[in-house]
Design a protein around this ligand. Sequence first.
Ligand code: SF4
Length: 496
Amino acid sequence: MQNSGDRKKLVTQQKISEVENHGTTGYPHRLNFYDKPPLGDITIEDFETCALDRLRILAEIESSFVRNRPWDELKEITSKQCENYLPLKANTALLVDKEPQRKKDHVGHFVLRLAFCRSEELRRRFVKAETALFRVRFETDDSEERTEFLKTRKFGWEDVSSEEKKHFHEELKAASPWTTPEVIASETYVKVKWTRVPDLIEKRRVFLKGGMAYVPTRELSSIILQEFQANLTRALEMTAKALPFLDEDTRIIPILDNLSQGFLAGISSEWSTATASSGDEITADMIDDMARKHFPACMRNLHECLRRDKHLKHFGRLQYGLFLKVLGLSIEEAITFWRRSFSNIQEDKFNKEYRYNIRHSFGLEGKRANYPAKSCQQILTSDQPGTGDSHGCPYRHFSPDNLQTALLSMYSSQGLTSVDLPDIMRTVKAGHYHVACTRVFEITHARQGVAKGQGVGGGESVTHPNQYAARSRELERELEGVTTKNEDGGDVVMVG
Ligand code: SF4
């Protein structure tokens, strides 16, 4: 006979296998309402990767909302991101194996459901971002495939007969004054309860009669999106009730914690530092100049504190040291840099207390791990700075007054003025720190041709300080290349 602890473990195991039992049951359509969880086996790495790639897209959708991007712009940026991280080809794409793509989409959605069902706030944000992603895919889907997909579901609408349509011709016309009588005549309509299309009612785009809304088929997406949203909201509440069964799983819970923490901080995931360094090494002598031109506020602040105090506390050294390492500073140059910077410290003390730690961060001492640089998510959510600390993210950890003064002092030579501050502070106040950082990147790189909304390339927001610096250096090289071409009148020469 099992005791209650065993029984709980057994139920937990069953729940976990429900989550892990992903499999390819066939995905006839590109669109998915995610009614059923995936079945089959999946490795814990794939479990995480599917979720992280999807989260990257959802976080960018959130950033777009914060930045008030028009729908068409959001659609374009999201489609580009999906192409990179979560491609989902139509059935007409004959040379592509669509099954793995659709499975990844399916698994990623369900892993994120587990991560984001845990609070009202997370559920609300997740549903909003997922519905936007579904809408982007719905609007970009092949129209025949979309019709086939819609036939597989019951949306509970009633067709309006041609007699009824004729009878209400004037009223239907009044609801779409911008359409010609010919279009109205060829349009087909369905009837649904008015409560299902509040947005169409708000915009006065439907005719109402007896509690029913008469919706032209071109407006059906509104009903479909409402349905998607309502289904997902219900499903998340159910998942939240089942989640305590997962509490004992030491493999899954840390992953879910990490995912939801990142989303709360408004940041998707880790930008890969593998692409951070452009291959060319930097030297200790170059850092002052680079800090002025290419560093985000967190690193710029650390650099200035280091120059002012000739010292940085432990977490400051860690945050800045790893950033410089990934930027391309070799171990020898790092020791030179820190030695010169700590000019008030005796050689002995430096060798005893600091040299070891620098070598350690390069994986040359202790457990010899090659530590990555900290991402925005880590900087924003862990090791909160106390009095006298200089690490952290200024957008989050400075007071509003100090932040504005610091931004003007750091970036006015690169074109930032007090006129830009209200927009930046609005996003800071809303807790979207990386969006504020992205806006500063755009303003300070306007001379290199970066427009508002472009972010660090293709509309992407800043998610890592090294990504900020790497993109800034890349833009400088591009500009120098163009300048060289213009001066020489010859081919573009990339100057390092
Ligand atoms: Fe640094 Fe990221 Fe904060 Fe920008 S958002 S200042 S890169 S931690």
